[in-house]
Design a protein around this ligand. Structure first.
Ligand SMILES: [Zn+2]
Length: 181
């Protein structure tokens, strides 16, 4: 089955399963394949439901490979030396070697994402897929970031199928999903 047909089939199935009758007659705007690429089943179902409920959703980040994850972290670490602490792995000691590198190089890398990105990319390459997935829900294909807009409320995001976490991350919403739908 071609991806678009598959998406359409998922939408139809969701509409049939949904208790919200009128959704079946609303014109959905399915997410494009690039948004869904790399997301696990539970996250896909959640994102497809979101696009049905809120036309014009903008996904700013979804599943991330190691290179994309390194870019994403580097931009944040360059602005804040202790940014890793917002991550569980940054608090439980998993990322202690990374924090030590940042601390040792902070004078050179402060405000400069590129050397941090290069270091993180090399570090991530030493990890297994399972270790990467444990570090970041984006690396595990379980999360999306959404540009803030008026129709996206925390309450609406919390009602998405398979949703586990909704975070207000300043300029965007972050939503993590359960992988098993
Ligand atoms: Zn995120």
């Amino acid at each position: 089955m071609r991806p678009r047909k598959l998406i359409h089939a998922v939408l139809v199935a969701l509409a049939l399963l949904s208790e919200v009758g009128p959704a079946a007659s609303a014109a959905p705007s399915p997410p494009d394949d690039a948004v869904l690429a790399g997301l696990c089943d539970g996250a896909r179902a959640g994102v497809v439901a979101l696009f049905e409920r809120v036309p014009g959703v903008v996904v700013t980040s979804a599943a991330r490979d190691r290179a994309a994850e390194a870019r994403a972290w580097a931009g944040r670490v360059a602005k804040k030396r202790t940014w890793l602490r917002i991550l569980r792995a940054g608090r439980d000691g998993t990322l202690a070697p990374v924090q030590a590198w940042i601390d040792a190089h902070w004078r050179e890398v402060r405000g400069r994402p590129e050397p941090i990105r290069a270091y993180l990319a090399a570090y991530f390459d030493t990890l297994t897929d399972a270790e990467m997935a444990a570090l970041s829900p984006h690396a595990g294909g379980r999360a999306v970031d959404l540009r803030k807009q008026r129709r996206l409320s925390r309450a609406l995001l919390r009602r998405l199928p398979n949703r586990t976490v909704v975070l207000d991350e300043g300029d965007h919403w972050h939503v993590t999903f359960r992988c098993a739908p």
